[in-house]
Design a binder for this molecule. Sequence first.
Ligand code: NAP
Length: 276
Amino acid sequence: MPFTETAPANGANIPLLGLGTWDVRGDVCRRIVEQALRLGYRHVDTAQAYENEREVGEGIRKSGVPRDQIHVTTKVWYSNLAPADVLRTTRESLVRLKLDYVDLLLIHWPNTSVPLDQTIAAICKAKRDGMTKHVGISNFTAALVDQAVQYSTEPIATNQIEMHPYLDQTKVIAACKANGIAVTAYSPIARGKAGGDPVLSKIGRAHRKSEAQVCLRYLVQQGIVVIPRTSKVERLSENSEIFDFALTAAEMAEIHGLARPDGRLVSPSWAPEWDA
Ligand SMILES: NC(=O)c1ccc[n+]([C@@H]2O[C@H](COP(=O)([O-])OP(=O)(O)OC[C@H]3O[C@@H](n4cnc5c(N)ncnc54)[C@H](OP(=O)(O)O)[C@@H]3O)[C@@H](O)[C@H]2O)c1
């Protein structure tokens, strides 16, 4: 049975569970995408920078799942944000994916060297030209979310941000919610660090779930989209079995308490000044 629960996302209805594919390449990528779709995943997350769009497309076709039942996200890389580059590289992404359109096109990282209004206008044009069904942003702070909304002529579907129990993202989540924008959590199991966490482990024992499952449940229970990555077929099922139990309010609060000031895992040199 496909996992069809969605986040509204300003009309985009993004499946709450997706497959992350960063750092998964070649045959491993082809096979994991195919297997995920066969298992019921209906959402795959890739990016120009992951150098695997070709294999993601091949995995989609091998799965036999009809294209219109799959939500495919790709992202325009940081150095491609001048309007002509947005349109040219999005076309190139579609050629690599061998798809007529993606479901969601994101600005991967903000880049102050290109005026944001111009980049936003270009992703909106990509939508009008039929290259993507929806547009969105990634790694945008609360202030940048507000700017994106102000500039965009199309609804912003999501802001894809790092999110897991060790990082407090309250401020940017509030900005997204105020604008009807879904939050998509990347690194949702803290790049594997959730495994072995004593609090997640204790809560997991009460529900007969793993630490990773508790971590993912904590996010989807808040209506947050999760895109866990795995290169291992057996973990695809584990990471998808998160819709058959619920955490109590006390458990949610305990997990929320795991956030710490040094909890952020992804902050390259070009990152914006993060929300405090
Ligand atoms: N927008 C952005 O800037 C951005 C940045 C980072 C990531 N992303 C997206 O978000 C996706 C997910 O984030 P991520 O890849 O950084 O990290 P993640 O999904 O939190 O963690 C992936 C790591 O956890 C391990 N893992 C998977 N399932 C597990 C389980 N059930 N128990 C224990 N360990 C498990 C994986 O190893 P195995 O392969 O061995 O299972 C892998 O090492 C990416 O793949 C990418 O699509 C976007």
